[in-house]
Ligand binder design. Sequence first.
Ligand code: ADP
Length: 495
Amino acid sequence: MRVLMVTSEMVPLAKTGGLADAVAALAAELARQGNDVRVVMPRYYNIDLGDLERVEGPLGVPVGFGESWGAVYEGRPGDGEVPVYLLDNEQLFGRNGIYGTRTEPDFKDNVRRFTFLCRGALQLAKRLRWAPEVVHCHDWPTALVPVYLNTWERVGFFATTGSVLTIHNLGYQGIYDKNEIHQTQLGWEHFHGSGFEFFNRLNLLKAGLRNADVLTTVSPTYAAEIQTAEHGHKMDALLRHRAPDLFGVLNGMDYDAWNPEQDPLIPHHFSHRDLGGKERNRAALRKEFGLPDDPARPIVGMVSRLADQKGFPELCGPTHGSLYKICTELELDVVILGTGDAWCEEELESLASQTPNLKVQLAFDERKAHLIEAGSDFFLMPSRYEPCGLNQMYSLRYGTLPIVHRTGGLADTVEQYCAENGGGTGFVFDKLTPDAIFDSVGWAIWTWYNRPEHIEKMRKRAMQCRFSWEDSAARYLELYQWAIDRRLGRVARTE
Ligand code: ADP
């Protein structure tokens, strides 16, 4: 199948979160299964053009009141099979930041920037005379593509092209001043007509959710949750309406990059048959984070964006968070690696200065992330919501038992510990409150000290769990076909 992926990030070129990993892995797996997959994304300022080839001629993209011109580069990053086309426009992407910066979290011209990406991707396909059977878009930055397919591109080159829009995180919708609609070159009638209107503002994701032939999200539980008022981010009514076209497909994980038997980023290798290396990684982790060398104490690790979504208000909110209590009342050590909201960074540093068994590093560091996964005993993810989540899958693979809130992909991947027979793969709590986090961490630590045979059993089971891209890609191919059938009117669609 000819699949055009349009995305704002993809490893190894640009990454802010799990989206970048998912797009790269899915594209690679689809190609491995014999499909003709091509990816289009922006050429951000920090992407080195060294290994890329320039596609001949400039690309004109209709945006705003005229046309913006860009260059196109092609490459196969990471020695992969998948051609990636990068749209280069100095004015729009020649700066630091994908969506914004620390001081300006959402660039003022984002509607223009991502209109250029969406329209540009379609223009490029036409230029290459390569008509995709399906376009797969990801999150709000590419949500304009299905709108264009239903308007400017309804007939002609893309007449039979189906569209799939995947929601990686409904919390980010691309909401801007309504006057920005002029950047899209869709007339005012589309503000309501194509579904952009959202409390009198322009909502890019909402229009995509209205227009895509098929909607997906990255776990079955999240697909159900986003249809509720609690997790729907004010899109729940629309999503309930589109429920027949909405599917949850669990992300896979990259078992080559995250393999404790040969991970080049960790000092000692190990497997479920021989966990000796894990002990040595624990010692290395203690050293790296400046913890005393005490093998009898378990380590709880975290690698995370420091954001409300990840449960940090409940964990370390200044008045009520449970982290201080966890560190002072339980016999354990805690290591946290992350960057994010300023309040959270300050609070964590302040807590770390009061509790010697809490170590915090405010950095984005791939190697340390691997070391924490390999050397910790437990991995804490108290997310308010978690569309899929990768870290708990990595943790399972590294025998680091996840302690998680039962939500989204966490609910779909971590199996509750059974105190009777040592079953399960982690510790799961139902309601996200500071007390629930404390109780679950306490339960895990109690089990560590009092039921070591259960911990051993769970570890081995966890390490053998598999969440493969092979299965997910096969499911996406079915949904692509569904999208094409919808586009061709073979099956009725909801709108
Ligand atoms: P999200 O995309 O919501 O941030 P995910 O769990 O889906 O959460 O993906 C997060 C990805 O980013 C994982 O690959 C994780 O290891 C990585 N990551 C997050 N913070 C850091 C950090 N400070 N250093 C290194 N890797 C990080």
